[in-house]
Design a binder for this molecule. Structure first.
Ligand code: NAD
Ligand code: MG
Length: 383
């Protein structure tokens, strides 16, 4: 029986994770859940999975949750201490880190320090604090399994091969809704156009990141740390069908790729059960139905955010954290109708231009850098 904590259980990844748990009740037990504002869903998850602990962001939400649960045995906690208590619950063997954004960093760090194996969906953790996290993972001797579909694909393509023989990593990207849209019209796209992802159903923030391709920029940095490969050896190719989830090339010219229909349940399940595989309900791949797989070079003029991610890594250690903070602020401002789609990358770039990169020595320094980046981006937007 594997005992799980799911941080961000009410989100897109959290819900898919619980679908897998529900389909394999003989394998998994839920020890703790955390959610944000979706109390109705969290209530029904608590009723179904009876965790020992559930944590929400605010005290008021905790009060409401206790009321709606009427006498359930689950201990209801709140705030960052509540998230940390869930992340470190003594009974859990593995923590699924699926909070969105830099808010996932502190509970993820707490879980690693408590010696938990990790199924990591929260890519912002590695973007903002990659070296610190990977050092911590090594020190604690915990296992870190990628949930992100590209990184799961790379992880699977590396299995059974020698790391010394790896030449480069190729991340695939769907290109989102705008990879063929007239560049001159991008400034005028609506929020619903940008949320209309062709292949994946995900939370709003990552869906906008996919439309700007900042998501792929974040993933390049995530791959850099997960697989210890410099960004010069990580490239991105647009593959609109999202069938090949990523690939690795070896010194002899052989390329290993992992394929499947785009459904996060497959990489989530593999992170939970690796090296075993379990049925996920994901449809098998019918290549004759797909017909053709196509590939394009990403266009930097259309997707300036992708180039900013490479720049951030080369600028210095604190820059990816600043880039990530500015992106979170800009995406939120776009979703609130305060800035245009094309201003997202512009705000990020200006925030980065205003930052003097430095080495990050602790999680506290990462959090300070994140705060600085948020404040600067807000100032630039006029919030
Ligand atoms: P989502 O917005 O659907 O869910 C986010 C979860 O985090 C929710 O449970 C929400 O209540 C919680 N949350 C939000 N703000 C919080 C805060 N301040 N404190 C505590 N909890 C908070 O997001 P998602 O799409 O499930 O993505 C989660 C993470 O997984 C992101 O880092 C994303 O980049 C990554 N990821 C997602 C997908 C996907 O298909 N959705 C794929 C790959 C990677
Ligand atoms: Mg991905």
């Amino acid at each position: 029986m594997k005992k799980l904590t799911i941080l961000g259980s009410t989100g897109s990844i959290g819900v898919s994770t619980l679908d897998i748990v529900a389909a394999h009740r003989d394998r998994f037990e839920v020890v703790a859940l955390t959610g944000g504002n979706n109390l109705e869903l969290l209530t029904s998850q608590i009723e179904t999975f009876s965790p020992k602990i559930a944590a929400v962001i605010s005290e008021e939400s905790a009060r409401k949750l206790r009321k709606s649960l009427k006498g359930a045995k689950t201990e209801i906690l709140h705030g960052i201490p509540g998230m940390i208590a869930a992340a470190t619950a003594a009974e859990s063997d593995m923590v699924v880190s699926a909070i969105v954004g830099a808010a996932g960093l502190v509970p993820t760090v707490a879980a690693i320090k408590a010696g938990k194996d990790m199924a990591l969906a929260n890519k912002e953790t590695l973007v903002t604090a990659g070296r610190i996290i990977m050092d911590m993972v090594r020190e604690q001797g915990v296992r870190l399994y990628p949930v992100d579909s590209e990184h799961s694909a790379i992880f699977q393509s590396l299995e059974g091969h020698r790391k010394e023989d790896l030449k480069r990593i190729v991340l695939t990207a769907s290109g989102g809704p705008f990879y063929r849209y007239p560049v001159a019209k991008l400034a005028g796209v609506s929020i619903s156009d940008a949320l209309n992802h062709p292949n994946w159903s995900m939370g709003k923030k990552i869906t906008i990141d996919s439309a700007t391709m900042m998501n792929k920029g974040l993933e390049v940095i995530e791959a850099r740390w997960l697989f210890d490969v410099p960004v010069e050896r990580i490239s991105v190719v647009i593959h609109p069908q999202s069938i090949i989830h990523s690939m690795v090339e070896y010194l002899d010219g052989c390329v290993m790729a992992q394929m499947g229909v785009p459904d996060m349940k497959a990489p989530i399940a593999y992170a939970l059960t690796c090296p075993e595989r379990v049925p996920t309900g994901v449809r098998g791949l019918n290549l004759t139905e797909v017909g053709s797989l196509t590939f394009f070079e990403p266009d930097n003029g259309r997707f300036p955010a992708l180039a900013l991610a490479y720049r951030a890594v080369n600028d210095g250690e604190s820059m990816p954290a600043v880039m990530n903070a500015a992106n979170e602020v800009a995406v939120e401002a776009f979703l609130q109708g305060r800035i245009r789609f094309t201003e997202i990358a512009a705000v990020i770039e200006k925030t980065m231009d205003a930052h003097q990169p430095h080495v990050l020595n602790s999680v506290e320094e990462v959090l300070n850098t994140d705060r600085w980046g948020r404040a600067k981006a807000k100032e630039l937007i006029g919030l």
